[in-house]
Design a protein around this ligand. Structure first.
Ligand SMILES: [Zn+2]
Length: 282
């Protein structure tokens, strides 16, 4: 018995030392990705990794871990991504030495539908007197989605912020009163006014506001460049700087801002690139 145990311990020690000497870094990423759709990149190694960072679409984010796996949710924005090969770079310090992996992901076209909406003319073309306010709010939103704190991919699937079904999908080309007004940067979910809105993942509130377009809204930083955005709410119950847990109520849904009726708009962005959150929400 004693002999068996000592052999087992030897084997364990051997395994540990083999792992410690293994400088191999494994990067798992897709060969191809649809434009506008999210994908996961994960990095693992038997060695200790430090300063892990990923560079994609000319932007980067720093990754952290607590279980030996470094992962990041990435995507491309339908508005600016082009079909073809796109470079991805992962770098780290492996046992104190710089290590880098360069790869390519083939971006392929994805079909998105068209939507015609009718809104009040006043909401379509905001009065001149509001242009300063709208400009300021757009700047705040842009700064919020550029938040780039080190982190790792959130727990998947993400928590659905409201239980309602989709009333509009990501990527729809939108025509307001017949005028092309761009692509839908997120999903809309059915939500009667007053439905509790829950954080899709844990993070930190980086911006809240009552904006002309977005209405009452919340931006949450999940780390590693990932930001979630909830808008058209009737009440916001969190403030900038608050930590929120996955599933924690951040406010109530509503119909504030430029809307045709009550719903929750939900977006996900990596470093300002809005991609489809639907595949991540189960
Ligand atoms: Zn929307």
């Amino acid at each position: 018995m004693k002999r068996v145990i000592s052999v087992l311990i030897m084997m364990l020690l051997l395994e540990t030392s083999l792992l410690a000497a293994d400088k191999t870094v494994t990067v798992a990423l897709p060969v191809q990705a649809d434009i506008g759709q999210p994908f996961l990149v994960s990095i693992r190694s038997g060695s200790s990794l430090q300063d892990v960072s990923v560079s994609w679409q000319g932007k980067d984010s720093q990754l952290t871990t607590d279980n030996g796996v470094f992962s990041v949710l990435l995507g491309t924005d339908l508005k600016n991504a082009k079909a073809g090969k796109s470079e991805i770079r992962v770098s780290a310090m492996v046992d104190g030495e710089f290590w880098e992996h360069r790869d390519e992901i083939k971006l392929v076209a994805h079909k998105y539908p068209r939507e015609n909406l009718t809104v009040e003319v006043e909401k379509l073309t905001p009065p001149k007197s509001l242009s300063e306010r709208i400009k300021k709010e757009a700047e705040l939103g842009r700064a919020a989605i550029q938040t780039n704190t080190p982190g790792s991919a959130p727990m998947l699937p993400l928590l659905r912020p409201v239980p309602g079904s989709y009333t509009s999908v990501y990527g729809k080309s939108r025509y307001f009163n017949g005028q092309f007004k761009g692509r839908h940067g997120g999903v809309d979910m059915r939500a009667p006014v007053g439905t509790p809105v829950k954080a899709a993942a844990s993070g930190k509130v980086v911006l809240t506001g009552d904006f002309w377009f977005a209405g009452k809204c919340v931006y949450i930083d999940h780390g590693a460049g990932l930001i979630s955005f909830y808008c058209h709410m009737s009440k916001v119950s969190k403030s900038k700087g608050d930590d929120v847990g996955r599933g924690e109520t951040i406010g109530l849904s509503g119909k504030s801002g430029r809307v045709t009726g009550p719903h929750l708009h939900f977006s996900l962005s990596w470093r300002g690139e809005f991609f489809d959150p639907a595949p991540l929400l189960k």
